[in-house]
Design a protein around this ligand. Structure first.
Ligand code: NAD
Length: 321
């Protein structure tokens, strides 16, 4: 089997490679060729850690395996390590033998950024000029960098609960040669595309913070109880997701569904839009929401692409097992 260490990932994996792998696996999910296994997530009663597995099988891409990992809140303070820790394991679907072990930390950041970018590619208006960012933490910089490649954005506006963190976004915008402005939530009305990527457990974006025709990539809510959008905002939008089952149980749609404002049948898979099986945006005034919950197949698809790149560049470590 091959090992691709975490420290090799940043130089091996381009945003384009992550985008292509995620777009392809979303399409495979919608055509029934790929499916995710039930997610396991446990509070292990040690170091306040949350640990779990996200796995699946993509028959089309021949990717079988899982991402194991989670959140260790004391890592940074106690050990100088990042709090999110994960590793991807791939198996040969023909034999069940292990195929690869791949560092999953940088991979997770890039595959999550790729998901919102895929949604912008397929659902945002072609003439989108202003990109709104809600959230300015670790993941936000990855989302912003990738999103800027999807449309000819002329300006980035940003809001964050902790305003001092907005400098993270300003730096990325500057590097891309795009202006940046810190704004109040009400001023998100100027945005054509909004990405939300916070760890909030309460509504942030209200219906009157969003203009007609906006595409919202809601990326922060990946656990029961988390929330970024007002359920009424979601209910009046055309809603798309990576996986409907996750969207209604642990994604942003969980709240609108539990309040009876929307139901699973109203939510479409982004992969079906990519495949042309269902319509995406149907008019310029429609508000579209992508509920990006994060599925194991994204990790497997990007890890499989990475292993190929690592073997080609001679940096994959081969071991007998
Ligand atoms: P981070 O800790 O680096 O940043 C957290 C962000 O949330 C900061 O902008 C912070 O100011 C903001 N925030 C914290 N508490 C808040 C509150 N009560 N209200 C509003 N904002 C608040 O975390 P990160 O790595 O940037 O991750 C952000 C979120 O994205 C997390 O919830 C994480 O679980 C989620 N995530 C989702 C996916 C996915 O596939 N959908 C993948 C990775 C991370």
């Amino acid at each position: 089997m091959y090992i691709v260490p975490e420290h090799e990932i940043a130089t091996l994996l381009t945003r384009q490679a992550a985008f292509d792998a995620v777009e392809k696996v979303f399409a495979a999910m919608a055509s029934g060729e790929a499916y995710n296994f039930p997610v396991v997530r446990e509070a292990i009663g040690h170091e306040d850690a949350l640990y779990g597995f996200k796995g699946g099988f993509d028959r089309a891409g021949k990717a079988l395996g899982l991402k194991a990992g989670g959140y260790w809140p004391n890592n940074l303070e106690k050990r100088g390590l990042i709090n999110h820790q994960s590793t991807v394991f791939l198996f040969d679907p023909d034999t069940g033998k292990p195929h690869a072990m791949v560092g999953g930390n940088h991979l997770t950041a890039l595959r999550t950024a790729a998901a919102s970018s895929v949604s912008i590619r397929h659902l945002a208006r072609g003439d989108a000029k202003v990109l709104g960012m809600v959230g300015a933490g670790h993941q936000a910089t990855f989302q912003l960098r990738a999103a800027l490649e999807q449309r000819a954005f002329e300006k980035v506006i940003g809001w964050n609960l902790h305003p001092e963190m907005l400098a993270n976004l300003e730096k990325v915008a500057q590097e891309a040669g795009v202006g940046f402005e810190a704004v109040a939530l009400e001023e998100m009305r100027a945005a054509d595309v909004i990405i939300t990527i916070t760890s909030s457990f309460d509504t942030i974006l209200m219906p009157d913070h969003v203009s007609l025709g906006t595409h919202i990539a809601a990326m922060g809510t990946d656990t029961k109880g988390k929330q970024e959008l007002a359920p009424k905002l979601l209910a009046r939008a055309a809603v798309f997701t990576d996986e409907v089952a996750q969207s209604v149980s642990l994604g942003e749609a969980q709240h609108a569904v539990s309040q009876g404002l929307t139901e699973a049948g109203d939510i479409r898979e982004i992969g079906a839009v990519i495949n042309g099986q269902v319509a995406g945006r149907t008019d310029a005034d429609e508000i579209t929401v992508f509920d990006g919950t994060g599925v194991g197949l994204q990790d497997l698809a990007v890890a499989a692409a990475l292993v190929g790149l690592a073997i080609k560049k001679g940096v994959a470590i081969e071991v007998e097992i």
